[in-house]
Design a protein around this ligand. Structure first.
Ligand SMILES: Nc1ncnc2c1ncn2[C@@H]1O[C@H](COP(=O)(O)OP(=O)(O)OP(=O)(O)O)[C@@H](O)[C@H]1O
Length: 607
């Protein structure tokens, strides 16, 4: 049976057992469902997107309080008089989503530009503030809260019992998992996954990382708000306690313990932590003969132990063990079609594609690039060489939008690009690889290469969640497959990128760059780590690309590789261009011999 069949079987079993379960089990399952919904958002935000948040409980609170206020406040009753009472919870949901969206947007704008522990501390700060805000607003009942919230009604049926509410909770949870699964399995999902590998790589693929991070943050907040809305109509009462920082930390535990990159890990984590806390609260006082907050201590210790044993969470462990009985979902390659994507017209051979004029970069007192001029034309391979520390990587960053020059101009296809971000370079047709390979290690070669085609698709998040992007997705995957075959990687198409040798990972990066249909390819030490035959194959590929009219700029240390391949070579030393010419001219240049090849020393030794 495939994983999909197992999922349906589990859902069917739960549905059949639902009317027979004890009220206590229903209560537990309801809470697990509510917690898992928040944890699903955290799996996306933290596990996939790499943004740690301790403050999700506050968003749950916003969703919970919004609907409680709409359903109970005299002000709301006055404003909404005349509307059927059954509509109020739905207006509460709408208000909750709007308020949460707005507050999350403001908080995101302030905290998301922070990085690392500053971001996590930021989430702690707003988690705390919102909790105290709930408790201090009199209109929201202060720390006593709001009681007498009306039950949710659907099509005239009042869901007054936990058993009925539970059906809604689990239906919403399963729907959210389905939608999030679709999102991750799409062009936008690849962009979200790329966030964790660092902004430079994602931006170079054309991903607007700030926007993606904000959208991810909003999505996780809205899922939390929906959980809060459901909570209020389950409890019919709210006070600030369930939205405090401690619960916010528990949500994060659920996502991490379950398996922070796996959607079902959220359900596992929520189940485990809910049951564990419940059991500890039950057993510890009996065991110790005294009551106290001992469960918090034991809970903390167990979490440390668990995370030490399974740093990636429990879901991957269970999935690996269950692999014997569960067939993986059909390979995504099976779904590719021959649907075509739009094609970019390449500039005619000989046209200057990239022009750098007087590019200068200063780091405090050090001039890493000093008025560097360089042109790369369509249909040529241009090599940039120089001894260690000559300024090649710095220059590479200047001409690819990773960093801004202190002075000078960069133009791509005649358009001024100075000061523009890397994604703007990608949009105009620049593809690049990295000196230190930057791939999504756990994802397949196919998915990695498809990320390179990001800008060739248009479908957004909603379309991905609802699966209306499938035609475009098939075309993107077909393009990725084509580039993989072009680079001779077809036998690794479904292999996780990290399990390939370094040399092949470099080729995957080239295939990824080609999937964007670039006019110019920037290769940062593409031959490093390649064996002799692999280097020959790479030379062949680059010769073919040149013949097709692509402009190629190579930064490389391997002189044999460069001299066999390049049409022109620019030599840097101490940040300055000391030579430009054909490989033969450059090799014969005494300045280059002296500076780069150390010939003077050899001659001196010989004398
Ligand atoms: N962010 C930075 N801050 C300060 N100095 C820097 C920075 N980046 C590079 N440099 C300095 O600029 C000079 C050029 O470095 P760069 O990495 O561009 O050289 P390179 O030619 O790429 O060297 P390699 O071949 O070893 O990669 C070096 O002296 C380096 O120490």
């Amino acid at each position: 049976m495939s994983s999909r069949h197992w999922t349906w079987l589990a859902i069917a079993l739960l549905a059949v057992a639902w009317p027979l379960l004890s009220p206590f089990s229903i209560t537990l399952l309801n809470y697990i469902g509510l917690y898992a919904l928040v944890a699903v958002g955290l799996v996306l935000l933290t596990g996939v997107g790499g943004i740690t948040s301790f403050g999700q409980a506050a968003f749950v609170g916003l969703g919970a309080y919004a609907t409680a206020w709409v359903c109970t406040s005299p002000l709301a009753a006055q404003a909404l008089s005349g509307l059927p009472a059954g509509l109020l919870p739905w207006l509460g949901l709408l208000l909750g989503l709007l308020v949460t969206g707005l507050i999350a947007w403001i908080l995101g704008a302030v905290t998301l530009p922070l990085s690392g522990h500053f971001l996590a501390l930021g989430t702690l700060a707003w988690g705390l503030s919102l909790y105290y805000l709930f408790g201090n607003i009199e209109g929201l009942g202060g720390f006593t809260g709001i009681a007498g919230v009306r039950p949710l009604s659907i099509a005239g049926l009042e869901l007054a019992s936990p058993r009925l509410m539970g059906i809604v909770i689990w239906a919403v949870l399963l729907l959210a998992i389905w939608a999030m699964h679709n999102l991750l399995d799409s062009r936008e999902g690849r962009a979200i996954r790329a966030l964790k590998s660092g902004r430079v790589m994602a931006e170079s693929m054309g991903v607007d990382t700030s926007r993606q991070r904000m959208k991810l943050f909003l999505l996780a907040a809205l899922l939390a708000a929906i959980s809060g809305w459901l909570y209020t109509h389950l409890q019919r009462f709210v006070n600030p306690t369930p939205f405090n920082l401690e619960i916010g930390i528990e949500y994060l535990f659920m996502a991490v313990v379950g398996g922070s990159g796996h959607l079902w890990g959220a359900v596992l984590g929520a189940t485990l932590i809910t049951l564990l806390k419940e059991q500890l609260q039950d057993w510890l006082p009996k065991l110790l003969g005294t009551s106290g907050n001992f469960e918090a201590i034991v809970f903390g210790l167990l979490m440390i132990l668990l995370l030490q044993r399974a740093a990636d969470g429990l879901w991957p462990l269970i999935a690996a063990r269950a692999g014997r009985w569960i067939k993986p979902a059909p390979a995504r390659t099976a779904r590719t079609t021959q649907a075509a994507l739009g094609r970019r017209k390449l500039p005619p051979p000989g046209q200057v594609v990239l022009r750098a004029e007087q590019v200068t970069k200063r780091f405090a007192g050090l001039v890493a690039n000093d008025a560097v001029d360089l042109e790369v034309k369509a249909g040529e391979v241009h090599a940039l060489i120089g001894p260690n520390g000559a300024g090649k990587s710095t220059f590479f960053n200047m001409i690819s939008g990773v960093d801004d020059p202190s002075a000078g101009q960069v133009a791509l296809l005649g358009q001024p690009m100075t000061g523009k971000p890397a994604r703007a370079f990608a949009a105009l047709g620049m593809g690049r690889t990295f000196q230190h390979v930057r791939l999504l290690g756990q994802r397949t070669v196919l998915e990695n290469v498809a990320l390179g085609a990001h800008l060739r698709g248009r479908r957004g998040w909603l379309s991905a969640m609802l699966q209306t992007d499938r035609h475009e997705e098939a075309a993107l995957l077909a393009e990725a497959r084509k580039q993989i075959e072009r680079c001779g990687l077809q036998s690794y198409i479904d292999t996780p990128a990290a399990s390939l040798p370094l040399g092949q990972q470099r080729i995957v990066e080239i295939a990824r760059a080609l999937a964007g249909q670039p006019s110019i390819l920037l290769l940062d030490e593409p031959a490093a780590g390649l064996r002799h035959l692999e280097k020959q194959a790479l030379v062949q590929l680059l010769v073919q690309l040149r013949a097709e009219g692509l402009a190629v700029l190579v930064v490389e240390h391997d002189m044999e590789f460069v001299m066999n391949l390049a049409d022109r070579v620019t030599v840097l030393e101490f940040g300055r261009v000391i030579a430009l010419g054909t490989p033969d001219e450059v090799q014969a240049n005494p300045r280059v011999m002296q500076a780069y090849l150390g010939v003077e020393d050899i001659e001196g030794d010989a004398a």
